[in-house]
Design a protein around this ligand. Structure first.
Ligand code: SF4
Ligand code: SF4
Length: 250
């Protein structure tokens, strides 16, 4: 528990909002299949979640406003992701100093612009760590902040105490399904036995964002440029007037 407490302390220095530890045993073969045999070495993962700033998320409802969309992209890719990556390196170094393996996977590392997949999905570790569930929007949805959270993950063999996975809480909600301009969601609830396209058509989403790059932003602007499935989700939406809220429980 001393090691876990120290990990929380380090993450807090970087203003990381959510910290959890995943027991990866249910996901090892899936992670190794996508990311390579190296993932068989790590029975645990530390999941770090950094909450996005609410007003920046709300601003993307003005969907055709180039300046606001560029501001949103900057917030995520140049500010939050870098902060998360710095936190992940600091936690990794601490785990190494304890004599364990640590393999940090950065917050945003798109390896294929065809499928928009990274080395391995952060949501797998975050879900198994008990930080949230995979919603109908194919994102990790946390209780307190909804999908307004970015994640980095540190894979490790350190014998850390793990959390308990959350059950899906989307219920009959279809807000993200109906809001998606690319009709990328099927409306099905996440099912870990089924492939990603059971809930989400990545090609439809990516095609829409590519079109927006060409028509609104400029072909050299990279990064997710839509985000309506994050902005509309009732989980994490500020409930008080003027979009004000307090620190919520993850
Ligand atoms: S980012 Fe936009 S287009 Fe892609 S899934 Fe979300 S709402 Fe749909
Ligand atoms: S908008 Fe509704 S259905 Fe979509 S992820 Fe959020 S809670 Fe689930």
């Amino acid at each position: 528990m001393i090691v876990e407490k120290e990990i929380h302390k380090i993450a807090k220095k970087y203003h990381v909002d959510l910290v959890g530890v995943a027991d990866l045993s249910p996901a090892t073969s899936h992670l190794a299949h996508q990311g390579g045999a190296i993932f068989k070495k790590y029975p645990r993962a530390v999941s770090l979640g950094f909450r996005l700033v609410n007003e920046v998320v709300e601003s993307i409802a003005d969907h055709g406003n180039r300046a606001l969309v560029m501001n949103y992209i900057h917030h995520i890719y140049s500010v939050v992701n870098q902060r998360l990556d710095q936190a992940a390196i600091a936690v990794s170094k601490f785990i190494m100093e304890q004599g364990s393996l640590a393999f940090p996977v950065p917050a945003s590392q798109v390896l294929s612009y065809e499928t928009y997949t990274g080395l391995v999905p952060h949501k797998t570790a975050a879900h198994l760590a008990g930080l949230g569930w995979v919603g109908k929007n194919a994102l990790l949805v946390t209780k307190g902040y909804g999908p307004r959270v970015r994640f980095a993950t540190i894979y490790t063999d350190a014998p850390l105490a793990s959390g308990t996975p959350e059950n899906v809480r989307c219920g009959s909600c279809r807000v993200c399904v109906d809001a998606c301009p690319a009709h990328a969601f099927t409306g099905n609830n996440f099912n870990e036995e089924k492939p990603r396209d059971y809930i989400y058509d990545a090609a439809a989403c990516n095609g829409y964002m590519k079109e927006r790059r060409l028509s609104l932003l400029g072909k050299n602007v990279f990064g997710g440029n839509c985000g309506l499935c994050i902005q509309v989700c009732p989980f994490g939406k500020p409930k008080r007037p003027g979009n004000r809220d307090k620190k919520a429980e993850g």
